[in-house]
Structure formats: C-alpha cells, structure tokens
Design a protein around this ligand. Structure first.
Ligand SMILES: Cc1cc2nc3c(=O)[nH]c(=O)nc-3n(C[C@H](O)[C@H](O)[C@H](O)COP(=O)(O)OP(=O)(O)OC[C@H]3O[C@@H](n4cnc5c(N)ncnc54)[C@H](O)[C@@H]3O)c2cc1C
Length: 322
C-alpha cells in the first residue's frame, strides 16, 4: 500500500473523529485524521466535563488530549491546521488534496466535522465562553445551582431549556428580540406558567461584563433604545446551531434543510464508503457521549465495508481463475 493511501481518512478530530481513529487504528486499519484546527474540537472550549461516564470531572482539554494520545498510540496518523482543496467522494477510490499540495487516497471517508452554536456576536462574548456564557444546558446547567441566569432566544430550544434550567437556577430571565416567541404553544405555556421565569421581550444583550467571570450584561430595549445593566451569574444562548458542512455543500453528500449530513443506521451517507459521525449529522442530541458513540459505529461500519469489498474482489478474482 502506498504511503499516501489509507483505509480510512477521518475529517475532523473532535470526540467523534478521534474515537473513529482509535477504533480504526486498533483494528490495524491505516488511518489518517485531518483537522482544520487542533485536535479536540468543541472539547477544547469546554472548561469542565462532568457528564462523561466513568470520569467524575475532567477539563475538556485533558479529555481530548487523552483521546488524541490513545489514537496515536494505536498508530493513527494525524494532521492539524489543514485546509481541504479538493475532494472526490464518488469514485471507488476516494481522494482528496490539501491546499499545501499534499494528496491522499482512501477506501473510505468518515466526515466528523462537528458544528457550532450560533453566537450573539456581542462584545466580550468570546472571553466569557465557559466563564458564565454557555450554549448547552445539559452540559453546564448544574454549575448554576441557586444562581440568577438569563436565556437568550425565542424558539423551542430556548423555551424548553429555560424551563429545564429552573431545576438549578433561582431565577431565569428569558431575553428575546421580538415581541413574540417562535416556539410551539405548549413550550410557551410551560415557560409562562413557571414562577422562576420572567420575560424581557424586544430586548437584546449589547455587552457581557465582568473581570474573570461573567458578572453582568448590558441590555438594550429595542423599542425605546434604553440601556440597562443586569447582574447575572450566567447566560445561556440558544439562537440556533450550524453544522460544519460548508465544504461538502454542492457535492454529492445529501444534507437536510439545516445542512446536517443525512446518514442511515450504519452512519453511512448516501455515497457508498462515505460515513459521517458526531454533531455534523442529522440528530437530536449533541453530546460527547453521542459523538464518541457515532465515531465507534462509523468506524466499525467502515471496517466492515472495506472487508466486504475485499472479499468480493477476492471471490471475483477466484472466479476468473476457475
Ligand atoms: C462550550 C461547550 C461546552 C460543552 N460541554 C459539554 C459537556 O460538558 N458534556 C457534553 O457531553 N458535551 C458538551 N458539549 C458538546 C460537545 O463538545 C460536542 O457534542 C462534541 O464535541 C461533538 O463532537 P464532534 O467530534 O462531533 O465535533 P466537534 O467537537 O465539533 O469537532 C469537530 C472537529 O472538526 C474540525 N473541522 C471542522 N470543519 C473541518 C473541515 N472542513 N476540515 C477539517 N476539519 C474540520 C473542527 O476543527 C473540530 O476539531 C459542549 C460544547 C461546547 C461548545
């Protein structure tokens, strides 16, 4: 096998891609994991993980480093900071080239490029991510026991998560830009009937303030343009989610209307030999555990795909000899 040919190329080195790397290379598959940033994905942004089974508490960075080292130990190859120039999914032998001129081929590809929550694009938002600002109630809700928090958004996720966060927070203020919510009626009703939730309509956050962690936000009333400061321990932002699938758009991989990759139960896309895993696929729950589960399933099915094709080719060759 040539050096630049791999059984599987995994695109994306978050928990899904790294797990696929671990399973593939441990099964002696020649595997390359590529990432446009550094290995770890959204784990790098995660201050503390407290819901990964078997590990009571660990920083996102430490967990991702453990996964990266485990994949390398089994012989997985990795390249960070890459940018894909061209990619051919459809041929039996998949191929891709990077903008630095490197070219690779593979029997199978796993797309594990994850996604990102939409951000408010407001002053200091980046600095306070993980220091009071969160985009995931399941991940961070219990860090806000008896604290005062706000939820930003007006769709189903915002209203449902505002209700779920009242299990922890003493007070939840829902901040929304419009004078009405876009969520289903039952979600609105549940939020309105919750005594811990209050509402700030026609309003938007204009800055996040604090020293080491979030202490307050500035809020503009969009009707009067009046600015007020509100003391808060946390803000949860639920204004949508985007899968990192720009690089496959317009190619043959089927996406849903939210641009998430559509897969079957084997996590295979509509293109034979191209699998997808983690937050980039069409699914409801986006967690580390679901990403590593997807990475496992995609890797095992990629191995099965390669082995089945190999035995079909061997049978075909034997039938020609006979
Ligand atoms: C702040 C924060 C806190 C969180 N806390 C928790 C928590 O406590 N518990 C929990 O279970 N979940 C948590 N999550 C969610 C969890 O991190 C994600 O569900 C998980 O990381 C998804 O893994 P993934 O591998 O699918 O994608 P990602 O982690 O998004 O990784 C995708 C990787 O693909 C790379 N990539 C993207 N596009 C390309 C491209 N074109 N070419 C090459 N590489 C590319 C990216 O650089 C990235 O490294 C949190 C998320 C955030 C943002």
């Amino acid at each position: 096998m040539e050096n630049n040919h791999f059984h599987t190329i995994v695109i994306g080195a978050g928990p899904a891609g790294l797990t696929a790397g671990i399973y593939l290379s441990r099964a002696k598959m020649k595997t390359l994991v590529l990432d446009s940033g550094i290995a770890g994905g959204q784990l790098i942004l995660t201050h503390e993980v407290a819901n990964y089974p078997g590990i009571e508490k660990i920083s996102g960075y430490a967990l991702s480093e453990n996964m990266r080292k485990q994949a390398l130990k089994f012989g997985c190859e990795m390249l960070s900071g890459i940018s894909i120039a061209t990619i051919d999914f459809e041929s039996t032998m998949k191929s891709l080239s990077l903008t630095n001129g490197k070219k690779f081929t593979a029997d199978t590809i796993i797309l594990a490029t994850g996604g990102r929550s939409r951000t408010l694009n407001v002053a200091n938002e980046d600095f306070f991510k993980g220091r009071g600002i969160s985009y995931c109630a399941t991940c961070d809700g219990d860090f806000f026991q008896d604290k005062e928090i706000a939820v930003v958004g007006g769709g189903n996720t915002a209203l449902e998560e505002a209700v779920s966060l009242t299990k922890y927070a003493s007070k939840v203020t829902l901040i929304h830009m419009l004078d009405h919510f876009q969520a289903f009626a039952h979600a609105q009703e549940e939020a309105m009937n919750n005594p811990k939730i209050s509402f700030m309509m026609n309003s938007r956050i204009t800055s996040f303030n604090g020293v080491d962690k979030l202490e307050s936000v500035n809020i503009e009333n969009l009707l009067t343009h009046e600015q007020t400061e509100m003391k808060l321990d946390g803000v949860f932002v639920f204004i949508g989610y985007e899968a990192n699938t720009d690089f496959v758009q317009g190619k043959c991989i089927r996406l849903n209307d939210r641009k998430e990759i559509i897969t079957d139960e084997k996590l295979q896309t509509n293109v034979p030999g191209v699998f997808a895993a983690g937050d980039a696929i069409d699914k409801k729950y986006r967690q580390i555990t679901t990403a590593v589960s997807d990475g496992t399933i995609a890797a095992l099915n990629a191995i099965e795909f390669i082995n089945t094709r190999k035995s079909l080719q061997a049978n075909h060759a034997n039938s020609l000899i006979v």
